[in-house]
Write a new protein. Structure first.
Length: 339
């Protein structure tokens, strides 16, 4: 069954684009998404972690996620355990998650847009992995009252599983669906008042990755002092509830962060806000936040940073590297804020 038609999306370049950096973005200025179809799997087993097995083989779309051989072995061990655990039997349910859906970014940008479409189905039932029963997952699910959700606590044997693929390739978005998710989240949660800090409207926010395992800014404490002098509120999102996170970012006019899940919070910001991504110099592959800002009608800016210059870090990917900001960082940032 077709659920989405082919669509071409055109994006404006970054507001502070330097001609020498055009190659970083030029392949993302216009992109086309293919038709999207729901695939019916007649007989499947789904583990509590959300992995689908069709005829006892891992469902093909899950192979595209770069899983390692040792992880694949673990998945089949989980499948083996299913035969000795209590299973639920389901029929004619939708399945929307992938191997990455547990991630904050992928849940909001890949999964929630599907619910915007499923809400219009007749009496839809969606089966979800066990982790979706708690945390921010459960809080967002409550915003879709027309959908019945079933959580797979152990394993599920499903007849006629309707697999709903992503609405666009990861890192790309259909703007109309993105805006529907924004409207639903903000209208439902932005009235929550932060208990610890009374913040005004139109605040400037810096989301730090200082408590993350990797992808940090070297000597960030110096940068933070400079940002405070420019009026930025410094946030470690790990310290705040989901409602508090939205309360802050829904009142922000400027969001600054290193490439990472923190920039997902632009989803809650008012249209026309400034999004400033600190990104790796020379990286033309990771443009998901440039695309996201465009889809939400935000003004996107970027500041380039270098990898940590030790042999151990030079061969690491953007996702696993630490970064060093140039000496002109504050000057470049002030120029962006003045635009």
């Amino acid at each position: 069954m077709k659920i989405l038609n082919k669509e071409t999306v055109k994006r404006l370049p970054p507001k502070n684009l330097e001609k020498s950096d055009s190659y970083l973005f030029q392949h993302e200025v216009e992109t086309t998404f293919d038709d999207v179809y729901i695939k019916v799997i007649k007989n499947s087993v789904v583990t509590k972690k959300g992995f689908i097995f069709e005829d006892y083989m891992l469902f093909k779309p899950f192979y595209t996620t770069g899983i390692l051989y040792r992880f694949l072995v673990v998945l089949y061990i989980d499948l083996f355990k299913c035969f000795f655990s209590k299973k639920i039997s389901l029929k004619d349910v939708l399945f929307v998650t992938t191997a990455h859906s547990k991630n904050f970014f992928h849940w909001h940008l890949d999964v929630l847009p599907k619910f915007e479409l499923i809400e219009k189905f007749d009496n839809p039932t969606v089966a979800l992995p066990s982790y979706c029963a708690n945390g921010f997952y459960r809080k967002t699910l409550r915003l879709y009252p027309n959908i019945k959700f079933i959580f797979i606590k152990n394993c599920a044997s499903i007849h006629n599983l309707n697999y709903f693929p992503d609405t666009a390739p990861t890192g790309n978005y259909r703007p109309n669906l993105l805006k529907l998710v924004h409207n639903r989240l903000v209208s439902s949660l932005r009235e929550y008042k932060t208990k610890s800090v009374d913040t005004p409207e139109k605040i400037k926010i810096y989301i730090s990755r200082g408590k993350a395992k990797n992808r940090k800014i070297i000597h960030e404490e110096i940068i933070i002092n400079q940002l405070r002098s420019l009026g930025f509120l410094i946030l470690h999102m790990e310290d705040w509830s989901y409602e508090e996170q939205i309360s802050y970012t829904s009142r922000a006019s400027v969001l600054l962060s290193l490439h990472g899940a923190g920039l997902t919070h632009m989803l809650f910001m008012p249209k026309g806000s400034k999004v400033i991504e600190i990104r790796l110099d020379g990286d033309s592959l990771n443009n998901c936040y440039f695309s996201m800002a465009s889809g939400l009608d935000h003004d996107y800016f970027y500041i380039l940073a270098k990898k940590r210059s030790t042999r151990a870090y030079m061969n690491k990917s953007t996702q696993k590297s630490d970064f060093i900001l140039g000496e002109n960082f504050v000057k470049d940032l002030e120029g962006i804020l003045d635009l």
